[in-house]
Write a protein that binds this ligand. Structure first.
Ligand SMILES: *Cc1c(COP(=O)(O)O)cnc(C)c1O
Length: 436
């Protein structure tokens, strides 16, 4: 597929308009869609729509298709597996693919000692199960999550998620024994890692107490909350406190995992070894799969039959995961993510020099973002952010926003995007900012 942005109609084009009408009539309005068009095929940095427009992909389906949306190894593995069998249920008649994925996870996750994994379908399901396992192991119930956290949309995970609109509003009551503590947001709290950790630990001790606390869950870089990288040392002190107090530390690497940040997992940058790591999104090249990987003694605390699900670790998804992980290694995609970081940072930093509305540039590898603010007060400018994203989308660049204050433009390109497409995508976004 030609890796060039090319618009042959306005967006939405005539075929997309017809589909939008059908969507309005048939699809629940609680499921909203960002791009004013519909996809028909995708490869590396390009998504092609129903009207023949080629769009630059700076989203990778929210950090999912890191290896590209039709990576040859993934496509071949899926086709091969589908032709053999689609499902037996691992809990009924097990198969090798599930075991092979667990073995590979043991090899690449930064969890110390003997490691076990359990496979599920979505990120939220992985987080739910990580909490179940931590409770079973510790015999305690409370779970602590941070300000700006995002852990999913099911009952328990939406309780762990911080932001009310749109994730929690009108959907309560929420799960009990979930507590929130302040994290580390260097651009806004001006605290160093030690100060931020001391503030969090004081609240953990005051409001919950280690004797009641089963787990602390944290994204090593907060995703939906705004691509917030904690101040250096913050994570290490939190993990240390958990170790000393018999609290399970869960790193939610659903968005940061699988080469997205230039390492297999973002925890590696912080030099910490989580007790449990939850993964999903980038794990299987677009197929629905998630995993809970943790220290064997913790994972095996859950009794036989206590974990599972009809589809968890589906054989087609497992085949895709193996193909995807092989692609990451063969194509050196950790290296590619660092190349993307260099290109994007250079470009954004140059733009920031002449535009003080770019308040902060942050992230790691191919998980980068900038925060748009009022230059005088640093207050969040959500209206500007939304205008820039909408203009970029109309111009054929798939652009995402995030942040508790709705003022962050985030970039999550496939790691296989060409420098030319990435540069052009950035140009479109920065021109939209200049015009806004
Ligand atoms: C997306 C996400 C989830 C939820 O994953 P789903 O597959 O959408 O359920 C959980 N945690 C983090 C950090 C995420 O980014």
């Amino acid at each position: 597929m030609e890796q060039i942005r090319h618009l042959v109609t306005e967006l939405p084009g005539p075929k997309a308009r017809q589909l939008m009408e059908r969507q309005q009539a048939a699809v629940a309005h609680g499921v909203s869609t960002l791009m004013p068009t519909f996809a028909v095929r995708a490869q590396d940095g390009i998504v092609e729509d129903v009207d023949g427009n080629r769009l630059i992909d700076l989203a990778a389906g929210i950090a999912v298709t890191s290896v590209g949306a039709s990576a040859p190894k993934v496509v071949e593995a899926v086709q091969q597996q589908v032709s053999e069998f689609t499902h037996t249920c691992f809990m009924v008649t097990p198969y090798e693919g599930y075991v092979a994925v667990a073995e590979k996870l043991a090899e690449i996750t930064p969890v110390a000692g003997p490691v076990r994994s359990a496979l599920f379908n979505s990120g939220a399901e992985a987080v739910e199960n990580a909490v179940k396992i931590a409770r079973s192991f510790t015999g305690k119930q409370a779970v602590a999550a941070f300000d700006h956290a995002y852990h999913g949309r099911t009952s328990l995970t939406m309780s762990l998620t911080a932001k009310s609109m749109p994730y929690k509003h009108s959907f309560g009551p929420f799960a009990p024994e979930v507590y929130r503590v302040p994290g580390s947001y260097p651009f806004r709290d001006q605290l160093d890692g030690h100060q931020a950790a001391a503030r969090a630990i004081e609240q953990l001790e005051l409001h919950i107490g280690a004797d009641n606390l089963a787990a602390v869950i944290m994204e090593p870089i907060q995703g939906e909350g705004g691509f917030i990288v904690p101040a250096p040392g913050f994570l290490k002190e939190i993990v240390q406190w958990c170790r000393e107090n018999g609290v399970v530390f869960i790193a939610d690497e659903v968005q940061t995992g699988f080469a997205r940040t230039g390492r297999w997992f973002a925890s590696e940058y912080e030099e910490v070894e989580p007790d449990i790591i939850t993964t999903a999104k980038g794990i299987a090249g677009g197929m629905p799969l998630s995993a809970v990987t943790g220290r064997a003694e913790i994972m095996d605390a859950a009794h036989p039959g206590g974990l599972g699900g009809t589809y968890g670790g589906n054989p087609v998804a497992c085949a895709a995961a193996l193909g995807s992980m092989e692609t990451i290694e063969e194509r050196s995609l950790n290296q590619a993510a660092l190349g993307i970081e260099k290109l994007v940072r250079t470009r954004l930093e140059a733009a920031q020099e002449s535009d003080p509305r770019i308040g902060d540039i942050r992230g790691r590898g191919a998980m980068l973002a900038f925060e748009l603010v009022d230059p005088e007060t640093k207050s969040a400018d959500a209206a500007l952010t939304s205008a820039v994203a909408t203009a970029a989308r109309s111009a054929g660049v798939i652009t995402l926003t995030c942040g508790s204050y709705g003022n962050v433009i985030r970039l999550l390109p496939p790691l296989t995007i060409s420098d030319e497409l990435l540069t052009e995508g950035l140009t479109v976004i920065l021109e939209a900012l200049a015009d806004a």
